[in-house]
Design a protein around this ligand. Structure first.
Ligand code: ATP
Ligand code: MG
Length: 138
């Protein structure tokens, strides 16, 4: 499914559509160049998931943990990961297969560790505030 939006106010609509599209799938990959809006969208998606904590990209670690309405939500940003060993040290398996919801920025940095099934969200920049969201299921 592809959704085009013209501004930030349309993000809640995309977030609700993504939740419906996911149909219970718990691993979400977010692709898109720097500044595409991965973190911005994840903030809105977390609200839909009932997260009341403040959501921002993990700065000092790779993963942030939030409390959602029904689930624990793990927000990863693998941009600064140096090697795959760091993901093992982090204990990625317990996150990916532990039953929580995983929202993953820069998943291509840990490609070989990704689970078999996931929802992919590809964000493209159309204009200053225009974005396209392509949702696919693997
Ligand atoms: P990085 O790879 O550096 O983590 P990112 O993909 O997470 O980048 P954001 O940090 O979310 O990107 O930044 C996106 C920027 O684009 C923000 O400044 C945001 O306000 C702006 N923006 C403008 N329009 C939109 C839109 N429709 N959807 C999402 N972000 C938008
Ligand atoms: Mg980001």
């Amino acid at each position: 499914m592809e959704i085009q939006i013209n501004g930030l106010t349309e993000l809640p609509d995309v977030a609700n559509k993504l939740l419906a599209f996911a149909g219970g799938e718990r691993i979400f990959l977010f692709d898109g160049e720097m500044g595409a809006g991965k973190t911005t969208f994840i903030k809105t998606f977390c609200k839909v998931l009932g997260v009341e904590d403040s959501v921002s990209s993990p700065t000092y670690s790779i993963v942030n943990e939030y409390v959602g309405e029904n689930d624990t939500v793990y927000h990863f940003d693998f941009y600064r990961i140096k090697n795959i060993q760091e993901a093992y040290d982090l204990g990625y398996e317990e996150y990916f297969y532990g039953g929580g919801i995983c929202l993953i920025e820069w998943p291509e940095r840990i490609e070989e560790l990704l689970p078999e099934h996931y929802i992919k969200v590809e964000i493209s920049i159309l204009s200053e505030s225009g974005r396209s969201f392509k949702l696919t299921k693997n």
